[in-house]
Design a protein around this ligand. Structure first.
Ligand SMILES: N[C@@H](CCC(=O)N[C@@H](CS)C(=O)NCC(=O)O)C(=O)O
Length: 208
């Protein structure tokens, strides 16, 4: 059975929990208390090279990084979540947006609201006085206006439903925790609702 190295408050782990639930794939969850630095061990590094969650073990094979895990699981168990050509190009582009633009805007912005500034600075690898909250908000606003434009043109990020939607949804599901009101982004709001209504959907609050 698949083992997911998991933390219930992590949006990156949530992406993996959501796909596993949507495709109805059984797994066991191993809680890694990253806030208590329990990830900083050589043993965990054998599974996750950067000592971060999420990571999975499947048939003795370790895979880490939420995007890599989504692609791996879809390729092996749920190819219906992979956009075919020519849509695959946009799927890869929006996966990249999740791994870069969201990971450098909405994800850390939300972190600053759910843990102390000192804790957030530690996880972001900067000293507390260099925590750039204005910059995070500006980058988040820019990301939101770009994804709003895309979702005003197409119901799914890659035109067809794909793991790119799950990747970007991970932190957009937690937007309110970052102090964002998605009513200002009607296309994103409607897309989020489409995902909420998928069979097998689990909310971020539900951890195994
Ligand atoms: N690129 C990775 C980032 C994973 C990540 O940022 N994990 C955080 C939790 S959301 C973590 O493990 N932080 C603990 C640490 O870095 O020490 C992914 O998309 O999965």
């Amino acid at each position: 059975m698949i083992t997911l190295y998991d933390h219930p408050r992590s949006g990156n782990c949530y992406k993996v929990r959501l796909l596993l639930s949507l495709i109805n794939l059984p797994y066991q969850s191993r809680f890694i208390d990253v806030l208590a630095r329990k990830n900083q061990t050589e043993e965990f590094e054998q599974v996750s090279a950067w000592r971060q969650v999420p990571a999975i073990e499947d048939d003795g094979l370790a895979v880490w990084d939420s995007h890599a895990i989504l692609l791996y699981l879809a390729q092996k168990y749920a190819p219906q979540w992979l956009a075919p050509l020519p849509h695959s190009g946009q799927m890869f582009s929006w996966l990249s947006v999740s791994a870069n633009e969201i990971a450098n805007s909405l994800q850390p912005l939300r972190l600053t609201k759910v843990v102390s500034n000192a804790e957030a600075a530690h996880h972001l690898g900067v000293s507390e006085d260099l925590l750039d909250l204005t910059g995070l908000q500006r980058r988040t606003d820019r990301f939101l206006s770009l994804i709003e434009k895309r979702l005003g043109e197409t119901p799914w990020l890659a035109s067809v439903r794909s793991v790119a939607d799950i990747a970007c949804y991970g932190y957009l599901a937690l937007a309110e925790e970052a102090g964002i009101d998605l009513n200002a982004y009607p296309a994103v709001f409607a897309w989020r609702q489409r995902i909420d209504e998928l069979p097998g959907y689990v909310s971020p609050a539900h951890a195994n």
